[in-house]
Design a protein around this ligand. Structure first.
Ligand SMILES: Cc1cc2nc3c(=O)[nH]c(=O)nc-3n(C[C@H](O)[C@H](O)[C@H](O)COP(=O)(O)O)c2cc1C
Length: 366
């Protein structure tokens, strides 16, 4: 897939997710097979540029090109200014968010709320495209609500304005994250424009990825929630698309090295206090479906320094390595057992006991 002058290594894209796809996580996904990643949203309000959050979101050091920064807002001139500001700080592609249903964004009539105002969409796209000499891309939903689906019109407006690629999350704003994804609407958008179209929504497995590509005819796939705790999903999908075969999950040894490196990068990026706190959600996602993961998370949340957090992770991997070569994902059937009886003796509870013991030793030892 090509975006402006950038020929991407493949067509698998990391979705922008505020609070998740920070630079450490994007870099990890790119190392593990994602062809492209869009940064978390940066506000277009210049008063917010100086905050720690904005500074971190503008930090792209060491990230593989092309660097794509997402901007959000509702005022064409401000968005044009935000685009210029980001390009001056290293953005090689500017993505405009008209896909986010978040109250914080939509209350300011930005994000997916903009879709209701087609002339304003056109004015924003024209202003941003003419403000910078890098490709401008757009992320949308299929409309504001099911009675007002206008993704096709928006796609044509985008193409006419010179937008270089379009991502469609196949739900309306009103649908939030629930209900079936409208892959049919994405297919119609793909047929209506010549620019690359990236399909988004509920892609969670290699087979699902193949099916969405077939059903939509899209040029690329954007993957969000399924990458949380599973950054290797990109290479798993790439492998499946290339060979038709599933690749095995990472080995325990590889996952240990990847996650400890991710943690180190994360702690360095956020500093000790925020780093400790925000790493917990990644560790929770990583282990959500691993045997012994529940007990691990319990112990991990009690670790209140960075060395303690690292020690708990190492102790968990020591236990896993004694019993498994490959990461032990619970099967769906085991998931059901654990959900029904979280403290029970099945679904990996034997490892869970070991983990709880090793984890608390890890906390004490550090
Ligand atoms: C925690 C979270 C944060 C998100 N933040 C953004 C954002 O900043 N900008 C955006 O365009 N979409 C955002 N999204 C939407 C995703 O990019 C994506 O469109 C959506 O999750 C559907 O894809 P998925 O089913 O693969 O997760 C966010 C989604 C989640 C779950």
């Amino acid at each position: 897939m090509r975006i402006g002058p950038y020929l991407l290594p493949n067509n698998l894209v990391v979705a922008p997710m505020a609070g998740v796809t920070d630079r450490p996580f994007r870099s990890l996904c790119k190392r593990l097979g994602a062809g492209y990643a869009v940064s978390e949203m940066v506000a277009s309000d210049p008063r917010l540029y100086g905050t720690d959050k904005s500074r971190r979101r503008l930090d792209h050091r060491g990230e593989a090109a092309p660097i794509a920064v997402q901007i959000a807002g509702a005022d064409p001139l401000r968005l044009a200014e935000a685009a210029r500001y980001n390009v001056a700080r290293g953005a090689q592609i500017v993505d405009i968010n008209m896909g986010c249903p978040a109250k914080k964004v939509c209350n300011a009539a930005a994000g997916s709320a903009l879709l209701a105002n087609e002339p304003l969409v056109a004015a924003i796209l024209e202003a941003v495209v003419s403000a910078v000499d890098v490709p401008v891309t757009l992320k949308v939903r299929t409309g504001v609500h099911p009675g007002a689906r206008n993704a096709l019109t928006i796609a044509r407006i985008a193409e006419d304005a010179g937008v270089a690629a379009l991502t469609v999350h196949g739900r309306t704003r009103a649908c939030g994250f629930s209900g079936a994804v409208e892959y049919g609407t994405i297919a119609e958008v793909k047929r209506a424009v010549a620019i690359p179209v990236i399909a988004n929504g509920d892609v969670a497995t290699p087979e699902g990825a193949r099916d969405v590509l077939v059903r939509t005819g899209a040029d690329g796939l954007m993957i969000g929630r399924a990458a949380q705790g599973r950054p290797w999903i990109f290479r798993e999908i790439a492998h499946f698309l290339a060979t038709g075969m599933r690749m095995p999950p990472p080995t325990v040894a590889e996952a240990r090295a990847l996650i400890l490196a991710h943690l180190a990068d994360h702690h360095a990026f956020y500093g000790p206090e925020a780093g400790l706190r925000t790493a917990r959600k990644h560790l929770g996602w990583y282990t959500a479906r691993w045997v012994g993961g529940d007990a691990f998370r319990h112990t991990m949340c009690a670790a209140d320094t960075i060395p303690a957090q690292v020690a708990v992770v190492e102790a968990y991997f020591d236990v896993l390595a004694r019993r498994h070569v490959q990461l032990p994902y619970r099967t769906e059937a085991e998931e059901d057992i654990v959900r029904a009886d979280p403290g029970g003796s099945r679904g990996g509870a034997a490892v869970a006991d070991d983990v709880a013991r090793a984890g608390s030793e890890g906390v004490v030892a550090s």
